[in-house]
Structure formats: structure tokens, C-alpha cells
Design a protein around this ligand. Structure first.
Ligand SMILES: [Zn+2]
Length: 397
């Protein structure tokens, strides 16, 4: 078994505001053998490769809790959903490299086009075949995948999701996603009419109960308050985006353990398109102002959730939004701008995500655990932009 010593780095695990300096880690065969003070590391294997980690901070491999592995993002991200399946599988390969090089170990895929998979011929969400084929492959992220989007008819453009006309059909489609192999369900709780929830809490509760009985979680896309209320009352495990929360709903979420997965960076991404594209949606002054308003409301929602004690995990929304697979650091910056302490924002991008996945080693650095950590330049506990400066990922070198 190969041994590697990461000598004399700093360590930030997202659990406290204290940066530990002078830390040495021994990795043997892909597991963390020990973590010791550099000046008291004791015996080290003579044949170990030594990595001079000085000047870097060791962080847990990050967890992108809102990703769309088969989609590329960009200013035309919605059109890309209709690209040929072969192309989308190439995109997923590219995204795997981007994620890994950005220090992201886990990706929670929350929606993929439902088409015939050119590799295995199955008609199901493309993310499921991608997940199955990447499993156990060195250099690929670990994947937990929802199937496709479960929406009310008329809520989403295109035809590559599943849509229900009524609650009975919704339940049947949900069961179909579980039968296809989905690890979790993604309910789309923006309805055809903005500000009006597509279902009632009573209508989604059977979906939640059915999924839970089969060991799967349910998460809900909600951009407005109406959908968020229905999701929380209906018992979903998490809200995605949650851009219009209020204090009452945040208190309920905290009390019943509903997590929030923030996706604030998409607004900064859209703002950047205002000068880098000529697409009216992004350049027109009124639309730009509307984006700024939505961003402010979304940041306020994160503040309310944080103040109420809601568990906050986070994601880029790459592919299903305009961001890219290597931009989770941007989201951490956004969380800090919204009022989280940098260590809390790092926690959101690491162990909080692991908790949401139900994976005890995801986003965690511990003796005896997997060597799933990355080395970044700078101190992410005082400067979240350090997370952009990934130098080395221990699981892929
Ligand atoms: Zn999304």
C-alpha cells in the first residue's frame, strides 16, 4: 500500500472558527492513518511520499448538494437540456474533471433529462446511468442522484422531465423514479402560475411517505414562498433554493429538521452575463434590477434560515442553472456575503452536505476515514476565496 505524508499544513474542517496550524497527516492506502501536530508527528513510514503542505490549508473534500451532472450551464443553460444524449454524457465527463479539480468529492444530482441512455439503452434520467458507471472509478466524484424533475404539467419547458396532471399521477411518477433507481426524489414545487403552489401538502405527503418507506429522501425545488410552505408542511427533507422564506417557515424548518440548500451564486452569474452577453434577459436594465431584487430576497431567506437554526447545505446549481461545475467556491462566498461566518459557510459546503446525503464520511476529515481532502492556498476561515485556489486533491493524485 502506498503511503503519503502531507507535512505541516493548516487544517480547517468547517466545525469551528479556529484554523489549526502545524498539522501533518499520514495517508495509507487511501485512508487517513493519523493526524498529528507537525512538531510531534513521531515515527513515519520510511517509504512514504512526502508532500510539503506548508502554506496550504487542508479542507474536507467538498459536497455540491445541488448539481446537474449531465448539463453544462452557461447563459443558454435551459437550451442545453435538449442537446443529444451523447453530448450530455460527454458534458458529464467534463463536469467530473471540473468537480475533482475544484476539490469537490461528492455531487448530489437533483435533476437530469429523461431520455434513452446511449450506453445502456434504458429510458430514464441520464444521471442514474452516469452514477452507476462512475461508481468505484478513480478520479470521479461520488454521486447521489435524483431521477428527473417531478413537475406539475405546464410548469417546466421542454419534455425531458415527468409531469403529472393530478396527485394520483404524481405518486405513480414518483414510484417510477424510485423504480428507475433514484436515490432521492426531486419535486418541482414552482407551479405553472408564479406564486401559486402546484400541489397541496396533503397531495405531496403520500410521495414523501412512499419515498421514505423505500429509504429515499425527497427534496423540493422552491423559488417562491407558496411552494416552500407546501414542501415543508408536506414533510420533504430539504428545500432547494428557498429564495422567499419567511421567519415563521424558517422556524418550522428548524423544528422539524428540514434543510435548506442555498444556490445564491446563480444571481452573480446572471449579473455577469449583463456585460458578457447581449442576451436581453440579462442586459435589459429592468430585468437586471429584478435579478438584484430576487438576489436580495434570497440572501434575506438565508439569513432568516440561519438565524432560526436551519441546517444549511449548499450547491452551485451548475447545469440546471447558469453556473459551472467548478464554482462551489462562489457559493461559499455568497453565503458569507449573506451573513454566515466563513467557517459556517465552509461547513455548509462540506459536512452539512454530508449530513443531508446521509453519508457520515462526506465532508469530514477524521482518523480512520477516507483521505478525501483537498489542499488550498490561503485561510478559508478568514478569506473564503481561498477555496478557489485548490492546489491538490488527495483522492485524485
Ligand atoms: Zn437545479
Amino acid at each position: 500500500m502506498t503511503s503519503t505524508i502531507y507535512r505541516d499544513g493548516a487544517l480547517a474542517d468547517g466545525r469551528s472558527d479556529r484554523l489549526q496550524v502545524g498539522v501533518t497527516i499520514l495517508v495509507v492506502g487511501g485512508s487517513i492513518e493519523w493526524i498529528r501536530p507537525s512538531d510531534d508527528a513521531g515515527e513515519t513510514p520510511a517509504d512514504a511520499e512526502i508532500v510539503d503542505a506548508s502554506g496550504t490549508t487542508i479542507i474536507p473534500g467538498m459536497v455540491d448538494c445541488h448539481s446537474h451532472l449531465t448539463l453544462p450551464g452557461g447563459a443558454h443553460w435551459i437550451e442545453r437540456i435538449d442537446d443529444p444524449a451523447e453530448r450530455l454524457l460527454e458534458v458529464a465527463e467534463h463536469n467530473a474533471r471540473l468537480l475533482t479539480n475544484a476539490g469537490v468529492r461528492w455531487a448530489r444530482d437533483v435533476g437530469a433529462p429523461r431520455v434513452e441512455d446511449p450506453v445502456d439503452g434504458r429510458v430514464r434520467a441520464l444521471s442514474l446511468g452516469v452514477r452507476d458507471r462512475w461508481r468505484g472509478q478513480a478520479g470521479y466524484p461520488y454521486v447521489t442522484a435524483a431521477g428527473t424533475w417531478l413537475a406539475k404539467t405546464g410548469s417546466l419547458p421542454g419534455e425531458r422531465m415527468v409531469e403529472a396532471d393530478d396527485a394520483a399521477q404524481l405518486l405513480q411518477l414518483a414510484i417510477g423514479q424510485l423504480d428507475d433507481g433514484a436515490d432521492l426524489l426531486k419535486l418541482y414545487l414552482d407551479g405553472p402560475e408564479r406564486g401559486v403552489a402546484p400541489w397541496t401538502a396533503d397531495e405531496i405527503r403520500p410521495v414523501v411517505e412512499t419515498a421514505h418507506a423505500r429509504g429515499a429522501k425527497v427534496t423540493a425545488h422552491t423559488s417562491d414562498l407558496a411552494g416552500a410552505r407546501v414542501g415543508v408542511e408536506g414533510g420533504v427533507d430539504a428545500l432547494e433554493h428557498g429564495m422567499e422564506l419567511d421567519a415563521d417557515l424558517a422556524a418550522t424548518m428548524a423544528a422539524q429538521g428540514t434543510a435548506l440548500v442555498s444556490t445564491l451564486a446563480i444571481f452573480r452569474s446572471w449579473a455577469s452575463f449583463g456585460t458578457t452577453t447581449s442576451i436581453e434577459r440579462f442586459t435589459e436594465p429592468k430585468r437586471r434590477a429584478a435579478t438584484r431584487d430576487r438576489q436580495a430576497r434570497a440572501e434575506e431567506s438565508v439569513r432568516l434560515a440561519h438565524a432560526a437554526g436551519v441546517a444549511i447545505a449548499t450547491g452551485t446549481d451548475f447545469g440546471g442553472g447558469s453556473t459551472r461545475a467548478n464554482q462551489l467556491a462562489w457559493e461559499v462566498e455568497c453565503l458569507v456575503a449573506a451573513g454566515l461566518e466563513p467557517w459556517e459557510a465552509l461547513g455548509a459546503a462540506t459536512w452539512r452536505g454530508g449530513e443531508l446525503l446521509g453519508e457520515p464520511d462526506a465532508g469530514v476529515i477524521r482518523e480512520g476515514g477516507p483521505a478525501d481532502f483537498a489542499l488550498v492556498h490561503g485561510d478559508p476561515l478568514s478569506d473564503p476565496t481561498a477555496l478557489w485556489r485548490v492546489w491538490r486533491v488527495a483522492w485524485a493524485t
